[in-house]
Write a protein that binds this ligand. Structure first.
Ligand code: SF4
Length: 242
């Protein structure tokens, strides 16, 4: 498994992998806002190396040249981009977006001032800056299970999870393959007070998602947890950038 390394380059601006949702409208495909019209800001770099990661171009610099697959963008340019659309929800994802959270604060402030709502997609290993724990910002926290291939000490950071849990602004989403993994989720939920829980099938094809959904559905329902989908994979022939 490759090790993520820091992108080098200019000291200013956010390291951006892709922006989408303005010219070609789309919606949030996962979690509590699944189906909501959304804009997406995908940031580069991650502090984990999940073996099933479907956005490795954001962090795996052994496979990808960071200068070819990412660029620096200023907060001002990102605001112009987001405010060019009437869509209210801006999803900030990655990679792991909270690696760049200090630089995201003025962007979040500008988006909220313009009437946008924000959802962060985060792996839950970095506690959010208090400046991000404000009205209009939600966190879809996705702690990784053993199926990620990442050692537990790196993927589960109790202090960070407990900040999210106490914030009242987070939902906890688990990428899951088997019914047996629900016990692993249950242990994390009990240990760190995680609520609400969303179980999401792992997969990058409609066939895999449907098959895994049917494997998981009864057991998720029995636990009174939420079951979510990857709607963009089901809806679009090429979900990249959708
Ligand atoms: S935390 Fe997310 S972006 Fe990072 S390696 Fe895992 S799946 Fe990929």
């Amino acid at each position: 498994m490759s090790t993520p390394v820091e992108v080098t380059g200019g000291p200013t601006g956010l390291i951006v992998a892709e922006l989408f949702g303005v010219d070609q409208p789309t919606f949030q495909g996962e979690g509590p806002s699944c189906g909501c019209p959304s804009l997406f800001l995908r940031l580069s770099t991650c502090n984990l190396t999940c073996n099933w990661c479907d956005t490795k171009w954001t962090w795996d610099w052994h496979q990808y040249d960071p200068r070819a697959v990412s660029k620096r963008m200023s907060v001002a340019d990102l605001l112009v981009w987001a405010l060019s659309s009437p869509v209210e929800l801006v999803v900030i994802t990655g990679g792991e977006p909270l690696i760049q959270q200090k630089k995201l604060i003025p962007l979040v402030e500008g988006l909220l001032a313009a009437g946008k709502r924000i959802e962060f997609e985060t792996n839950g290993t970095l506690a959010p800056d208090p400046a991000l724990l404000v009205d209009g910002v939600r966190f879809n926290v996705s702690p990784k299970l053993a199926n990620s291939g990442v050692v537990e000490e790196r993927r589960i950071v109790p202090a960070a999870l407990e900040v999210f849990a106490a914030s009242g602004q987070a939902a906890f989403k688990f990428v899951t393959r088997t019914v047996e993994e629900l016990d692993e989720i249950g242990t994390l939920v009990d240990r760190h007070g995680l609520d609400p829980v969303y179980v999401m099938p792992e997969g990058t094809t409609p066939e895999t998602l449907i098959e895994t959904t049917r494997v998981l559905a009864d057991a998720v329902a029995a636990r009174r947890w939420h079951l979510t989908q990857r709607l963009h994979v089901l809806a679009f022939p090429d979900p990249r950038g959708r």
